[in-house]
Design a protein around this ligand. Structure first.
Ligand code: SF4
Length: 657
């Protein structure tokens, strides 16, 4: 087997953090490669520290390696110093497991969770020695695949990828491996790459962009149609119906160097029915599917024992909604002993953080505590369907301060549909009131307010909304800065509105954006998620160089009739459901969680026979998630909660004891 280790080893003293490139983690695998085996290189297109903990990648790594016909290794985007070193020495991108050249794998597959990593994807393909354009690849080049949340609108990267997996990957990677194994075994008779791609396009959940013709009507998208009659007109996402069938990762990787989220993670459920209208993650991962509580307890107990971690994160989009939460935490205490293990609940709703939970954890370590009210006024929170009353927030904050916390973070979005200055300034008001509450317990109490600019995402009710301009977002942040300047105990942080704009360009763009992404990459624009590398100018230059109008792509409201670049993909949600929810948002109508109302027929559960279970976070007496929810909208609509960190991050680090 080819390994580049002897060429890489001398470079390690020259680069920052050599541990990024050596592998050797507990849980690492060194699979056999061979003619009857389909080899996958799974890449997280950001640094090792960010990418290693990614659970999606680790799950597929194990599932593929368990197959007799599969082999999976991992790679991460090399930092700029390592990239310069390997380009200088003409060494290609490599896996961290066996340091096999990336170009020798059958498939190079990327996990895409943020649009600003697109240029890193192109860079990794180029470093692998593979042509960056799908159309230029030869029969023996690896297939370039992508999965993850960004793939619900993969059109801006359609030129660069061979296939896209929509939805859950557990079953899809098996189907793709089987198809490729047969194709490899057929050898010379297997036909061309084009034929393989055509076969791939028939695998459920797999979208092959090159199998579709795109036509425009002036500046508007007119049609996206299959080039062959056996290629599906619409690609439906894959959904794993029973999470209990997939208890992965079984051997979570334990890194030798510091990474983000350095702890055991156990996924307790997928999907969310809370219905936050800004939240793409909540929408696209419906329906809710819970892991059996007994299985969660087993994964915690075995995982802690194997890894040596003393902290476990129970992951989901809204962990307090997990019906087995008390059983699982109680079992962890029994199994591990009080004070021996911390349980982190990275997505915990304000209205679920009660005195009870705070009291449960009062002896715990004082790790970070984060709530995400998302908007500063009740009116605004009705628009976004985050139906958290001020008293919910103050109750949670009071509980936390009374149990010993001294500081906390509050996450908000600005630039939301219908937002007024009064709504924006409501953020400062909430923060001041939280500090006031804290100071009744401790004079040093403080609150950090983190404000992100809102980016409308595909398959959400806000997909038709025109994003705020950089000028407008800066003005709103300026209002908050002025208003909090003299507020003792309130610290304001904000996301760069220019980066919000770049994200907006890519999140709802069509195939005409491909040359723009390529322009940014060709001009050195990698690691665009990193403030020290982000280049606003490159994105604007790229748009101008290709005669594309930023206002048209980013700031324009879409109409109901407009063909959207992702209309030929299906995330399980009916489009008319999303449109009705958009209208309800403009009417400031909140909608109840469908776990305790009749089904709204959003489309997500169709065919899965899923019965939603109701967790301890039952609706308040006399109403839903909060009082004052107007349910008179008629056309009800559920949606979701909790996107990726830039858009929402509730999280309480809740140690058990
Ligand atoms: S509205 Fe109906 S289809 Fe949609 S997630 Fe809720 S129960 Fe499932």
């Amino acid at each position: 087997m080819t390994t580049l280790w002897t060429q890489l080893e001398p470079l390690l003293p020259q680069v920052q953090k050599p541990a990024r490139y050596i592998g050797c983690e507990d849980g690492m695998q060194t699979p056999e490669h061979g003619p009857g085996i389909v080899s996958w290189l799974l890449i997280y297109p950001d640094t090792y520290e960010i990418g290693l903990p990614n659970q999606g990648l680790q799950i597929l790594y194990e599932i593929i390696n368990e197959r007799p016909d599969g082999a999976a290794e991992r790679s991460y985007a090399p930092w700029t110093d390592m990239e310069a070193a390997i380009r200088q020495e003409r060494i290609p991108l490599f896996s961290v497991d066996t340091h096999k050249p990336a170009g020798e794998f059958d498939v190079i597959a990327f996990n895409l969770s943020a649009e600003l990593t697109y240029t890193n994807l192109i860079n990794c393909v180029d470093l692998a020695g593979v042509p960056i354009h799908s159309a230029a690849r030869a029969d023996n080049d690896p297939l370039i695949g992508v999965g993850g949340h960004c793939t619900y609108n993969p059109e801006p990267i359609a030129d660069f990828v061979d296939f896209v997996v929509l939805g859950d990957g557990e079953e899809a990677v098996g189907d793709i491996t089987e198809l490729l194994r047969e194709w490899k075994q057929a050898g010379k008779n297997s036909g061309t790459r084009e034929g393989l791609l055509r076969e791939l396009s028939k695998v459920p959940g797999v979208y092959v962009p090159s199998m579709y013709e795109v036509e425009y009507d002036g500046e508007f998208l007119a049609t996206v149609t299959p080039r062959y009659s056996d290629v599906p007109e619409t690609v439906e996402k894959r959904t794993v119906a029973d999470l209990g069938d997939w208890p992965y990762p079984k051997n979570q990787l334990v890194p030798m160097t510091e990474v983000v989220h350095d702890r055991l993670s156990v996924e307790v459920f997928r999907g969310c029915t809370r219905g936050c209208r800004f939240c793409q993650a909540g929408m696209i991962t419906r329906p809710v599917r819970e892991r059996p509580a007994e299985q969660v307890s087993k994964m915690i107990s075995e995982g802690l024992q194997r890894t040596g971690y003393d902290e476990v994160a129970l992951t989901s989009l809204s962990t307090a909604d997990f019906s087995g939460i008390e059983q699982v935490i109680g079992q962890a205490v029994v199994d591990q002993g009080a004070d021996q293990v911390s349980v982190a609940l990275p997505s915990l709703r304000v209205d679920a953080f009660t005195v009870g939970i705070a009291a449960e954890i009062q002896r715990a370590r004082r790790t970070g505590l984060t709530f995400a009210p998302e908007a500063g006024s009740w009116r605004m929170r009705q628009v976004i369907n985050k139906l958290i009353r001020e008293e919910d927030l103050y109750g949670a904050v009071e509980s936390a301060f009374s149990q010993g916390w001294r500081r906390m973070k509050l996450y908000f979005l600005t630039g939301l549909p219908t937002e007024t200055d009064e709504d924006t300034l409501g953020i400062a008001e909430l923060a001041r009131n939280c500090v006031k509450l804290g100071k009744t317990h401790k004079s040093s109490a403080s609150v950090t307010v983190s404000v992100g600019g809102f980016v409308p995402k595909p398959f959400t009710p806000f997909q038709w909304f025109g994003q705020n301009t950089v000028t407008e977002l800066n003005r709103k942040i300026g209002l908050l800065r002025d208003d909090t300047r003299r507020a003792k105990g309130v610290q304001l942080k904000w996301h760069d509105p220019k980066a919000t704009l770049a994200e907006g360009i890519t999140s709802r763009g069509d195939r005409r954006l491909g040359p723009v992404v390529e322009y940014v990459w060709r001009n050195g624009g990698t690691f665009q998620e990193w403030s020290e590398h982000f280049s606003y100018e490159l994105w604007l230059e790229g748009m101008a160089a290709h005669d594309l109008d930023v206002d048209w792509y980013v700031h324009r409201h879409r109409t109901e009739q407009e063909v959207l670049p992702w209309d030929h993909l299906n995330a399980g949600l009916h489009k008319d459901f999303l449109w009705q929810d958009w209208r309800d948002a403009l009417d400031e109508l909140g909608l109840e969680d469908c776990r305790w109302t009749p089904c709204y027929d959003c489309g997500a559960c169709t065919g899965y026979g899923i019965e939603h279970v109701v967790a301890s976070a039952t609706p308040p007496a006399g109403g839903s998630q909060g009082t004052g929810v107007d349910l008179a909208s008629g056309g009800a609509v559920p949606v979701m909660l909790q996107p990726r960190p830039a858009q929402s991050t509730e999280g309480a680090e809740v140690p058990v004891s």
